[in-house]
Design a protein around this ligand. Structure first.
Ligand code: ATP
Length: 293
């Protein structure tokens, strides 16, 4: 079974408060984009084997696909083994939830392979145990994330714009980024409705005003290259730009694919060590259709 695992970007991310359990409550708007990893899931006699063509990715129990396989095996109570071969295109530890996506699609694939008949709510509960971004990745498309990001409200809103993703050659620890955030106790305004209504209206100028990521300023202070990526995207023609998740990937927003290709070409000429992609938004329905769900 060969399946695609999609990247996501955060169109907005506000950090609301630190919780007693050490995590932070957030409010975010997430959107799936068509940058994908490919996972090949095949039966084997026993146990779980994960391989990955990127040596930066652990293939033992730290891998989210591995943990997803173990979780679903114990739930289903099967002795069957599974092998998951991951072909990585989504940059690792880059704010695009690549690992979370791999965990989510492994849950879906093994529910099918082992004929487990799990409901979407069962899968959501398992996804929640794997990580904050995994529940969103189970369905994808556009969604609001609350709590740690795991309380997901899936939306049918279509994103009418295109993106350019730029990843400079550095990695950011998500835990570190959250620890650095200075939470504004006053003047909190929800960006969710503003972002979603801008998308509904197809109003790019309005959308870019509301792009905001509270993790951005600490990451920028620590990694000035992220600020340079953002400015370069604007200089090369993006209407607006913001960091995704805990970075260091920055996305630029443009009206359509053609504009995205032009901006991407210009950015590639500025700096060859940055990885640059044209990325189109993908709806939950498109993901389901492409995977035969
Ligand atoms: P998020 O946006 O959810 O914070 P991220 O895009 O910043 O995620 P990931 O690419 O998901 O980060 O990887 C974060 C860490 O997770 C990596 O450093 C890696 O060691 C570990 N990891 C576990 N499983 C995977 C996987 N299947 N693919 C990539 N990384 C994985």
């Amino acid at each position: 079974m060969t399946i695609h695992s999609y990247a996501k970007i955060n169109l907005g991310l506000r950090v609301l408060r630190k919780r007693p359990d050490g995590y932070h409550d957030i409010e975010t708007v997430m959107q799936t984009v068509d940058l994908t990893d490919t996972l090949t899931v095949s039966p084997q006699a026993s146990g779980t084997t994960v391989t990955c063509d990127d040596p930066a990715v652990p293939t033992d129990e730290r891998n989210l696909a591995y943990r997803a396989a173990e979780l679903i095996r114990s739930r289903v109570g099967t002795e069957s083994g599974v092998r998951v071969d991951i072909q990585k295109r989504i940059p690792v530890a880059a704010g695009l939830a690549g690992g979370s996506g791999n965990g989510a699609v492994t849950l879906i694939a093994l529910d099918r392979l082992w004929d487990a008949g799990l409901s979407f709510d069962d899968l959501l509960a398992m996804a929640d145990r794997l990580g904050s971004d995994v529940p969103f990745c189970l369905r994808g498309g556009m969604a609001i994330g609350r709590g740690r990001g795991e309380v997901v409200e899936f939306l049918d809103t279509a994103c009418p714009f295109a993106f350019v993703l730029v990843t400079p050659p550095c990695a950011v620890s998500t835990a570190w980024a959250y620890q650095q955030v200075k939470i504004e106790l006053t003047n909190f305004s929800s960006i969710v409705n503003l972002i979603i209504s801008s998308l509904h209206e197809g109003d790019l100028d309005r959308l870019v005003v509301h792009l905001r990521n509270d993790l951005e300023s600490p990451v920028l202070a620590h990694l000035p290259v992220v600020g340079r990526v953002k400015q370069t995207l604007i200089d090369c023609g993006a209407a607006g730009a913001a960091m995704s998740g805990s970075g260091p990937t920055v996305f630029g927003v443009v009206p359509d694919r053609l504009a995205a290709s032009r901006v991407a070409d210009r950015v590639r000429q500025v700096e060859t060590t940055w990885r640059v992609w044209v990325a189109m938004p993908v709806s939950a329905r498109e993901i389901a259709e492409r995977s035969g769900r």
